[in-house]
Design a protein around this ligand. Structure first.
Ligand SMILES: NC(=O)c1ccc[n+]([C@@H]2O[C@H](COP(=O)([O-])OP(=O)(O)OC[C@H]3O[C@@H](n4cnc5c(N)ncnc54)[C@H](O)[C@@H]3O)[C@@H](O)[C@H]2O)c1
Length: 273
């Protein structure tokens, strides 16, 4: 299993560490990143924070969330950790109440919390696992969206970025539950984008291929499976979390003005739509 830390250098992006982290201007913005304690979410949080955003990290992994906030604070970023399972609606509500009390409002929501799972054909997938995939990736995002959208409509500004997967576009044999849940998140984003199109609140979705985070190890994905999925990528490699972080930061920024309900692919050429 390939894993890297958030500090590992990304040889695919040129420039110094500071230059690689330079993203859009987020001065005065408040961003919430679910699953932002590590991996893709942390990379996006760091780039938005370096651009001036205040950050709330919503993650059920308390130690990792606390470490992420300590690391953001060392960079001079205002950051808050909330230890929440995104599938638990009352806890999500209370976390957003805390965020609003501390930061006043939410301008940016990145729905990134996610888990993968063991490789099983659809007909052998336990019902509880199928439900859990939908709970985390669809219901979790939905709970957070329901918390932030009314406030975004009120102020006439918002950016919602959902993190799905190329699996949600193409399906992965042996990954039916995950693929179906991510497809659900893609469709949810398309509907939301249309609903909010005249409110200056943009909702878009990112579809990564394989990224060098610890998700596979955390979810019991085998090395063999990891290699099979990497072999599907025309670029012949996995992405570094910073490469996804940059895309998320752009889609979460005010540089994006005429795209909503749309899918931004980051699968190294596996999906070309
Ligand atoms: N790494 C990849 O190859 C890859 C590919 C495609 C899509 N994705 C998606 O990208 C997103 C981020 O993945 P990553 O690779 O950075 O993984 P990661 O495991 O490094 O980070 C995911 C974070 O989400 C948190 N989390 C999981 N379930 C949660 C829940 N119910 N409530 C709160 N927090 C929760 C975890 O604690 C973790 O900190 C996920 O949605 C994943 O499905 C990842």
């Amino acid at each position: 299993m390939t894993t890297t830390t958030n500090d590992a250098r990304n040889e695919h992006m040129t420039g110094t560490d500071d230059e690689r982290h330079r993203g859009p201007d987020f001065s005065g913005r408040v961003a919430v990143v679910t699953g932002g304690a590590q991996g893709i979410g942390y990379a996006a949080a760091e780039i938005m924070g370096d651009g001036g955003a205040a950050l709330a990290i919503l993650d059920w992994d308390k130690d990792a969330a606390d470490r992420a906030v300590a690391s953001l604070s060392r960079r001079g970023i205002r950051a808050l950790a909330l230890h929440v399972d995104v599938t638990d609606q009352p806890s999500v509500k209370s976390a957003f109440d805390d965020i609003r009390a501390r930061f006043g409002r939410v301008d940016i929501l990145v729905n990134n919390a996610g888990v993968a799972g063991p490789n099983r054909p659809v007909w052998e997938t336990p019902p509880d696992f199928m439900r859990r995939m939908f709970e985390v990736h669809v219901m979790g995002a939905y709970h957070c969206i329901a918390e932030v959208v009314p406030g975004m409509i009120d102020v006439g500004y918002g950016r919602i970025v959902n993190v799905a997967s190329v699996a949600g576009k193409e399906g992965n044999a042996g990954g039916g539950a995950y693929s179906a849940a991510k497809a659900g998140l893609i469709a949810l984003t398309k509907s939301l984008g249309k609903e909010l199109a005249r409110k200056d609140v943009l909702a878009n979705v990112i579809t990564p291929g394989m990224v060098t985070t610890g998700i596979g190890a955390r979810s019991g994905v085998s090395d063999e499976r990891n290699q099979q999925l990497t072999a599907l990528i025309p670029m012949g490699r996995q992405a570094h979390p910073d490469e996804l972080g940059q895309l998320i930061a752009f889609v979460a920024s005010d540089r994006l003005t005429f795209t909503t309900g749309s899918v931004f692919d980051a699968s190294g050429g596996r999906a070309t739509y």
